[in-house]
Design a binder for this molecule. Structure first.
Ligand SMILES: *Cc1c(COP(=O)(O)O)cnc(C)c1O
Length: 341
């Protein structure tokens, strides 16, 4: 791992906060130039989020020192690029059609982006990847993939991990909606693997901005040194602690969404202008239609906003539809049934 990390970060000394220097829990705190009024908002949050980290580690059944907490997965993507890639020299690899932030983050740091399209089944094309991985430090996979909804094939992921000598990042933002195992189990065998998960989707906490990286403790320690000192604010951390304590309610909602997804899948398939509904292990469906733009505009006119993904290579005439409540989905179907009548 050490030889993959940019050399100037090897011995970087992180910013030392007042909270780092005094471990006192009780007392009169006159060390951080905080305002004494309006508790609890007046106090800086814990830079290493010890309490939240413990709760998340328990939830994910991981060692605490293998959990990094970011301001959304988006911060983690940005940090990984900063830790591993030399601007103007190194590259990342992405496998479109996929989430757009990997490429945007890389370009913001002047890191080149190499693209190798997923194959016809939306799976990684291993030979295509290997042919282009010179200078590539990070390969981003997304499983279940946004916007296609499918998981990456385990045999191919394993083979990639065995042959690529950089870092493989698997974004599991939607794994809570999948009934099969994710790739977390591979962490003990592959220290160069990073699993990203988020509380933005199945945990309903998008506005709190909390994502996690599960990886080797060595990388967690580097990420903690490079991140901004107070990347997770207290309001979000407390809200998430509360949500984690309601795990059974969250599980119930996930179950509901999966049920709705399967119902919507069957209903959409029956529509004459639907060419294909792609199987999904996430909280959305990718739907190929005869005329995506017309249907998008029609739905939009009815107050229903979906995502038109037609401009992505390989996704001609594809709409991505997020699974809503039973009522939302019924309304969507009502309007779609009326379309062209
Ligand atoms: C929604 C989503 C995320 C979540 O990002 P946050 O910054 O954690 O909200 C991450 N990856 C993918 C592929 C997503 O679709």
């Amino acid at each position: 791992m050490r030889n993959l990390i940019r050399p100037h970060l090897h011995d970087i000394v992180p910013y030392s906060t007042a909270r780092d220097e005094s471990k006192a829990v009780h007392g009169v705190f006159l060390d951080a130039n905080e305002n004494p009024y309006k508790w609890p908002y007046n106090r800086y949050p814990d830079p290493l989020q010890k309490e939240l980290r413990k709760a998340i580690a328990e939830l994910k059944q991981m060692d605490e020192n293998q959990v990094f907490i970011g301001n959304g997965s988006d911060e983690i993507i940005d940090l990984l690029i900063r830790v591993f890639c030399e601007p103007g020299k190194d590259s990342i690899m992405v496998l479109p059609p996929t989430y757009g932030m990997y490429a945007v983050s890389a370009r913001a740091h002047n890191i080149r982006v190499k693209e190798v399209q997923l194959d016809d089944e939306f799976q990684p094309h291993l030979a295509g990847i290997a042919a282009h991985w010179k200078d590539v430090k990070l390969i981003f996979l997304c499983s279940p993939n946004n916007p296609t909804g499918n998981k990456m094939d385990a045999t191919r992921v394993l083979s990639l991990l065995e042959t690529f000598d950089g870092v493989v990042v698997i974004d599991e933002a939607y794994s809570d909606y999948s009934e099969s195992e994710g790739f977390k189990g591979l962490l003990s065998t592959f220290p160069r693997l990073v699993i990203m998960q988020t509380f933005s989707k199945a945990w309903s906490m998008a506005s709190a901005r909390i994502g996690i990286a599960l990886t080797s403790s060595e990388l967690v320690s580097i990420l903690n040194k490079v991140k901004l000192p107070y990347n997770i604010n207290n309001l979000s951390a407390n809200a998430l602690m509360k949500q984690i304590s309601k795990r059974s309610k969250v599980d119930l909602q996930i179950h509901k969404t999966i049920n709705e997804r399967e119902k919507l899948f069957l209903n959409l398939e029956k529509l004459p202008f639907v060419v294909k509904v792609f199987p999904s292990e996430a909280n959305f469906l990718l739907v190929k239609v005869t005329d995506a733009e017309r249907i998008y505009n029609y739905l939009s006119g009815k107050g229903i906003i979906v995502r038109n993904r037609s401009s992505c290579t390989g996704l001609d005439n594809c709409l991505r539809i997020t699974i809503g409540t039973n009522k939302d989905n019924k309304l969507l179907m009502k309007h779609l049934n009326d379309y062209n009548k």
